[in-house]
Design a protein around this ligand. Structure first.
Ligand code: ME8
Length: 520
């Protein structure tokens, strides 16, 4: 059996509908999951909703409904979004599900058995918006003397009986982890930030609440529910079969396994300090990498409900197309950095790369073959320029694979785009249309080269724009079984010709997008 690859997004708070930041994260993770499947890996890809905690309880109360009702309604929107965006997850987990409660209680008991949990009294600052506790030294003053978290969210003084996790005991082990596994936290800027934070000393962490009951019950401790982050982080284990399915755990959550968490930069601390400490305490394997991507900004500005600039990913997908949106987000934003989106930027990127460069290349080549050769695939007779073009595409495919394996989709797409440009330059130089009368054999050779090149480009870009790439490969007669990276540079074109495949009139893939008058 092929080597397993476990990849997850954060699980989203379903206290509102999904926004473009949620879409961005799940699209990036999906591209990596699809890529790894193409590489033959046995992928387990999980995403879902984080349904407990005070934020959910308060939002529900404000709406006069039960938290469960709120979670049911909003989880539905997250599922719809994933379907619309062509997300290939293997499980959509909801933390209100029974197997997740069982997993959370099991990790709790394991941490307790290790002597890391004790009952005490919490007195300190809590931000409901972040669902996070903050040390006195982290609190800043806002307008009118309001107390704020370092993220700028309001905090409230909280006093209650609480279970504590002995986080302070893990400082050295965590620092040793960051030293010995430098890729554990990526990108490096986030790693440095976390190392400084841990070097500054760790306080024990309050891990239960008694003031509300919307959460996972603490085993054997009446009136306590787990702090939402304890159960939220455990979702990753639940999906891998913890605690009862040993076989599944050995496959998807193993010491030598490739476990990658893709999350946003605001929650790196939870994933790289608390989470490995919980896992060490429960004597479970650690993930291989936590990647903290940047934030998406609306025209450079932070999205917020009060400003009213929160984009609905479904509207963007309806207006611009799913693959156009996926392509935009993955090509425009360097993974790890913040990025900006706007209708203008989506339209410009999609028109230049997808419609004008790649779409046009495929459309003119394929319709020329369909018309002038009645769909019969042209006969190759390679000259140096032809072989060179195909060689450069095979090299681009290598670069693409390396970059995707390194979680650098924008770098991968750049390599793809350079290969598209090379094809367009080749067409212009070889001018097959002009050869029709003067040298039909050479015309065929040029078209044959292009056919192979276009199929290779479509194979390469599948993880990014899966629906369009699939549609093109279908039109071109490339068998579903032969769409892996190993096909690029192989003799698939010769085999396809030999099969007698006849190309039909191609359907255009990427319509030119337009702005509204107000935007234009
Ligand atoms: O943090 N741009 O949930 P969440 C890019 N439930 N990414 C963004 C973003 C933006 N503008 N806004 C948010 C939570 N995100 C917890 C996670 S995991 C065990 C629990 C990202 O709904 C954010 O960084 O607030 C996070 O990775 C994800 O969206 C869900 O955010």
């Amino acid at each position: 059996m092929s080597k397993p690859f476990t990849i997850t997004t954060a699980i989203s708070y379903p206290n509102g509908r999904p926004h473009i930041g949620h879409a961005y994260e799940v699209i990036a993770t999906d591209a990596v999951a699809r890529f790894q499947r193409m590489m033959g890996r046995d992928v387990f890809f999980q995403t879902g909703t984080d349904e407990h905690g005070l934020k959910m309880a308060q939002t529900a109360r404000n709406r006069g409904i039960e938290p469960r009702e709120l979670a049911d309604e909003m989880a539905g929107y997250f599922k719809q979004m994933n379907e619309r965006l062509n997300i290939s997850h293997d499980r959509f987990i909801r933390t209100s599900e029974p197997d997740h409660h069982a997993a959370s209680q099991a990790i709790w008991q394991a941490m307790e058995a290790n002597g890391d949990l004790y009952l005490g009294r919490y007195e300190g600052w809590y931000s409901v918006r972040d669902e996070a506790f903050y040390d006195e030294k982290e609190i800043v003053e806002g307008e009118g003397g309001a107390k704020l978290s370092p993220q700028g969210t309001p905090v409230e003084w909280t006093v209650e009986e609480s279970w504590f996790f002995r986080l302070s005991a893990y400082q050295d082990r965590l620092l040793a982890l960051y030293e010995s596994q430098p890729d554990f936290i990526q990108p490096d800027s986030r790693r440095n930030e976390i190392m400084r934070f841990v070097e500054g000393g760790l306080s024990d962490l309050s891990v239960s609440r008694t003031s509300f009951d919307w959460g996972v019950k603490v085993p054997g401790s009446e009136g306590h529910v787990m702090y939402v982050w304890v159960d939220a982080l455990t979702n990753y284990l639940t999906g891998c079969g913890y605690p009862d399915d040993a076989e599944r755990m050995a496959r998807y959550w193993a010491e030598e396994g490739d476990i990658t968490h893709i999350i946003g930069k605001d929650i790196v601390r939870f994933h790289t300090v608390y989470w490995p400490a919980f896992l060490m305490s429960a004597k479970l394997p650690l993930p291989k990498q936590v990647f903290g991507h940047g934030f998406l900004l609306n025209r450079g500005e932070k999205m917020s409900k009060s400003v009213g600039n929160v984009a609905d990913p479904m509207e963007l997908a309806d207006r611009f197309g799913v693959d156009q949106l996926r392509y935009f987000l993955l090509s425009e934003v360097t993974f790890g950095n913040d990025g900006s989106y706007s209708a203008e930027a989506i339209v410009a990127r999609s028109n230049s790369d997808l419609a004008n460069s790649f779409g046009n290349l495929a459309q003119r080549t394929l319709s020329f073959i369909a018309k002038n050769l009645e769909g019969r695939l042209p006969e190759p007779a390679p000259q140096d320029v032809d072989s060179e073009l195909l060689k450069s595409i095979a090299e681009a495919a290598q670069t693409f694979q390396t970059a995707m394996a390194d979680l650098a989709p924008s770098v991968a797409i750049e390599a793809w785009m350079r290969a598209v440009f090379a094809c367009n330059a080749y067409i212009d130089a070889q001018a097959p249309w002009a050869l029709r009368k003067t040298d039909p054999a050479r015309m065929e050779a040029v078209l044959a080269t292009l056919y192979e090149a276009i199929a290779s480009l479509a194979i390469m870009i599948q993880p990014v724009i899966p629906a369009s790439a699939t549609a093109l490969l279908d039109q071109m007669g490339i068998d579903g079984e032969t769409r892996g990276y190993d096909v690029i540079g192989s003799k698939f074109y010769a085999d396809l010709r030999a099969s007698g495949f006849i190309l039909g009139a191609p359907k255009p893939l990427f319509p030119r997008l337009e702005l509204t008058e107000a935007e234009g």
